[in-house]
Design a protein around this ligand. Structure first.
Ligand code: F6P
Length: 458
């Protein structure tokens, strides 16, 4: 093996550069050339195959900074599937023109699905990334629990889980935590704390929406910001119970802070924010407006009375308010946990390719005795019987739906990841860089400008 291709697909995350960096540094040690393809799978589809040599003379280019969020290679949600045989032929030709011996894809569930058909003709390995933390399994047998149903009129297939296990132990989790997740929770927890100030001072009810699609890992991690109520996409909302708890808390402390995962569902299973059901190219539902949806429901159920009493002389309709943490949770400098494990996983992915593995995923495992260790799993283990790979959802035993908070096991899960996840250097970086006078005097220097100068074509 002489030359490896690398790409970053799907939504950007804070730890992508760190993963690329780890891979390139390992490749330098092994005298391997690394070509980075631009903008995910779109770079390998494009007949000109725009790419950057990331380690001329086996030295990492300076534009690749592991402490900077996003990806210097650019990302896209361009998707490849095995039904597009022409496209796959193009990819094959393009990669062989550049004499690429293997491909390292950095991404989440959409990326791994896209990697499947490429792995049929070229060795491929995935280094995981996603703020949603939804790439992996709660336990090894989980993919076998999926059942497929087909709509007799449209022929459209839907997948549902059956006979899931009631309990798990944390060391069974495959790919325990994914680079990007810790930084997202770091941002979200601070957002929750800051928004509480307004809710508390103005006797209001704040509904804060966080990302994660159908997986509630980010919502679960928001517990570090001490919201009063966490609503997870995995558990349909019991509106009666929720209303009771909101009333109780509002009477007690005259304000309430609620966190909702963007994929939360009502009792009938309908997503509050996904009713329009538009999808991205990888088939993921684009959720919008879960917090707004919940606000309407709660406003109706609570009525004006509690607010007229507790916020006298103020318009009761302004008592409930919503905020999305939005893309701030997906961007910026990665915290130490993400930087460290992302670069380790990048290096591990190169080692897997060198060992001759194909269609393998580098993983981060955790156990009480060993703490975090690197490992790997065949992508095939993540597939259901119909070959699809589903996003991992938070296992029921990690959340206490009566208290609307992480369960004891959920607390344990979070503790293993987040205790010491922030480095002293992260804080020092903030202290010394944010209010640096240089920021006022110098225009932002985009890495895109310098990368552009390095682009080559096939
Ligand atoms: O999958 C990552 C993610 O950040 C989700 O949590 C979110 O729903 C989605 O991407 C947002 O996508 P976009 O940036 O394309 O709006």
């Amino acid at each position: 093996m002489r030359r490896i291709g690398i790409l970053t697909a799907g939504g950007d995350t804070p730890a992508l550069n760190a993963t690329i960096f780890g891979a390139v540094e390992r490749a330098n040690q092994l005298d391997l050339e690394v070509f980075g393809f631009l903008r995910g799978y779109s770079g390998v589809i494009d007949e000109r195959v725009p790419h950057v040599h990331l380690n001329p003379l086996f030295t990492t280019i300076p534009e690749l900074d592991p402490s900077v969020g996003g990806t210097c290679l650019g990302a896209s949600r361009t998707y490849i599937d095995d039904s597009s045989s022409d496209l796959l032929e193009d990819v094959k030709t393009n990669l062989s023109q550049l004499e690429i011996d293997a491909l390292l894809c950095i991404g989440g569930d959409g990326t791994i699905n896209g990697m499947q058909p490429i792995a049929e003709f070229l060795p491929c390995v995935l280094a995981p990334k996603t703020i949603d933390n939804d790439l992996g399994l709660n336990y090894l047998d989980e993919p076998n629990e999926w059942i497929r149903a087909e709509d007799p009129t449209t022929g459209e297939a839907t997948f549902n889980r059956q006979n899931g296990r009631e309990s798990i132990s944390l060391d069974e989790i495959i790919n325990y935590a994914t680079p990007g997740y810790a930084t997202a929770v770091f941002v979200v927890a601070q957002g929750v704390q800051r928004i509480r100030t307004t809710a508390e001072s103005h006797r209001r009810i704040a509904i804060i929406e966080v990302m994660g699609r159908q997986s509630g890992y980010i919502a679960l991690g928001a517990a570090y910001g001490q919201p009063d109520i966490i609503l997870m996409p995995e558990v349909p909302i019991d509106m009666e119970k929720l209303e009771r708890r909101v009333r109780e808390l509002y009477e007690l402390q005259n304000h309430v802070v609620i966190v909702v995962g963007e994929g939360v569902r009502d009792e009938s299973g309908t997503p509050l924010g996904g009713k329009e059901s538009s999808v991205d190219p990888a088939g993921n539902i684009l959720y919008k407006g879960a917090a707004e949806g919940l606000k309407q429901i709660l406003a109706k159920r609570l009525g004006a009375e509690p607010f007229q009493r507790i916020r006298k002389h103020e318009d009761p309709s302004s008592a409930l308010f919503t905020r999305k943490v939005g893309h701030t949770q997906r961007g910026g400098r990665p915290v130490r946990f993400d930087r460290f494990y992302a670069s380790q996983l990048g290096g591990k992915a190169i080692d897997l390719l060198m060992e001759g593995k194909n269609n393998e995923i580098a993983t981060l495992q955790w156990s009480e005795t060993d703490g975090f260790v690197l490992d790997s799993i065949s992508a095939n283990k993540l597939r259901d019987k119909w070959r699809g790979i589903h996003p991992r959802i938070v296992h029921g035993s990690l959340y206490d739906e009566n208290r609307f908070q992480p369960s004891a096991l959920g607390v344990e899960y979070l503790r293993t990841i987040f205790t010491n996840a922030i480095g002293t250097d992260d804080m020092e970086h903030l202290r010394s860089k944010l209010f640096s006078p240089g920021n006022l005097a110098t225009r932002y220097q985009s890495v895109n400008i310098d990368i552009q100068k390095r682009i080559r074509y096939a």
